[in-house]
Design a protein around this ligand. Sequence first.
Ligand code: NAP
Ligand code: ZN
Length: 365
Amino acid sequence: MDFRYYMPVKIVCGRDCVRKNAPAFAEYGKKALVVTGKSSSANGALADVTAALAENGQEWLVYDKIPPNPTVDCVREGGALARGFGADFVVAIGGGSPMDAAKAIAMLARQDAGENIFAYQASADVLPMLHVPTTAGTGSEVTPYAILTNDEKETKTSISNPAYFPKAAFLDGKYMLGLPRDTTVYTAIDAMSHAMEGMLSVRAGALTDALAKESLRVLRGELPALASGRLSEEDRDALLYAATLAGMVIANTGTSAVHSMGYSLTYFHGAPHGRANGLLLPEFFAVCEEKSPARAKEILNAAGFSSPSEFAAALAPLLGEREKISDELLHAYAKKASVNKNIKNCSVFFDEADLFRVLKASVGC
Ligand code: NAP
Ligand code: ZN
């Protein structure tokens, strides 16, 4: 057996874990920049974090302007705010968008990334971060990736650095009790995509496979609740557990062609990230099954499916009506995806024609 695995994030999971672990926030300094979106003031997460900071006698400033699919402008604004405030650390609260933005902000608080943040090689001089996820999908709380909208290249681009691993992640499913059904479904599919794509990575190993299989086992058990739209606290906890496990997978393996193609569906058609992956995933596995039948079968079976068509039938009702995109655009997206670095990360090689086939079968007219 031959593998490497790295996970420097302290993971604290349980009901009211933020309030119960307030002293853990005291370790990182006197002043926190709290990076979030709009929903954390309603779901209780912002109140729990500020109560913990207040208990420690710490100061904080809330920056709550992170939009879905965070932009370079918003992270630059957050970085400037962190500098002006003299923040010692960052607390990120939200879905993948605020959690990713917080990583770039923590870097920009200490470094001048110049004109092009995507070309900048950051040093390890980054403010410490504590992450509180309020969606169960991206796993950003345990990854070293921040995915930002890249308008120059008309896509989304991941900036990655070991220094972007948060110091700690606080997992409490109670924040997701009011998460809308669509976001719940799409984020769960994103987690599924991470576990399945992680197993196909050239960097997959025994330990990431074990984490991915456990994530897929739990996600499979949650499909009926996701379909019904009625999710108990236990369902929320299970989805969050599965999403963090899948994040621990991609932190070590990266993602693959599904994410490469999905970025165009998000950038040009506004498909939420997890939905974009879900639209593509079954057809991607149909091609994988042709090229690498044994590994594709192992992954599908781990997710509880015997074939790509059974997998497609399970996801279809969760996704509803599909986007319909012309061949001309799909050719352009296949070309764009074919040069994404994720393609080389996949143990099954997808050339531009393969990518077009997957896109056409998934969202073609
Ligand atoms: P998101 O964009 O963070 O959030 C989606 C929507 O859900 C927003 O409107 C958000 O509102 C709302 N929301 C979040 N938590 C809520 C709650 N508890 N109750 C009610 N509404 C809530 O979606 P996401 O799918 O979690 O993250 C997607 C982003 O993560 C993409 O940019 C994707 O590229 C990235 N991503 C990163 C990684 C990684 O490893 N770093 C992996 C996969 C994906 P507010 O934001 O206004 O609160
Ligand atoms: Zn993803």
